[in-house]
Write a protein that binds this ligand. Sequence first.
Ligand SMILES: C[S@@+](CC[C@H](N)C(=O)[O-])C[C@H]1O[C@@H](n2cnc3c(N)ncnc32)[C@H](O)[C@@H]1O
Length: 209
Amino acid sequence: MEANFWHQKWAKGEIGFHEGEVNQLLEKHFSTLNIQPAQTVFVPLCGKTRDIAWFLKKQQHVVGVELNEAAVCQLFDELGQAPDVIAVGELVRFSAPNVVVYVGDFFKLTPEHVGYIDVVYDRAALVALPETMRAAYCAHLLHVTQQAKQLLITFEYDQSRFSGPPFSISEQLVERYYAKAFTILSLESKPVKGGIRGIDALETAWSLR
Ligand SMILES: C[S@@+](CC[C@H](N)C(=O)[O-])C[C@H]1O[C@@H](n2cnc3c(N)ncnc32)[C@H](O)[C@@H]1O
């Protein structure tokens, strides 16, 4: 997906992917990753997810990246924080206590930008990208986080009925992208309420360690 695709989605308010509340699979399974308070969670393609507020409440530090600046402004508004904003090369760094979000292209992010990452939380990031971008996304994610363990949340449905995004990610695809780096464990699959565009779909949480 090109940057413009996402900027238009945000401009038109077509953000059906935004849950508005904490992801249930995150709440249920995050503890299995054994993360301690003050450790850092990286949230790629973070939008304005409420999951960031949840991490902060749990005393986690958060680093995110998001293309759309208005989304990041809304994120900080909803956190009740007035961020410091500075340009860092081609990215813009928004920060407040315990949270940093880079505005710009994920692929421009370096390990120096993100610092040490204890865990990656990927919800609606891998599934947001078309097949042509996914291998590069996974490789760059492993690079910038130095293979930090992950809680990955995917959708699976009949891809022939809807072209995406979100894209359908099967167990075979998770293995194709991550089996070299991680031991992959499926934690839970549950039906998506109302499906995706009315098509039956499963939401699955994966532990990658
Ligand atoms: C499907 S949304 C998911 C947002 C968030 N993870 C959530 O759960 O609500 C995907 C987000 O990725 C952002 N995005 C897409 N491509 C990106 C890129 N190359 N770099 C940074 N953000 C990107 C989009 O603007 C959009 O907000």
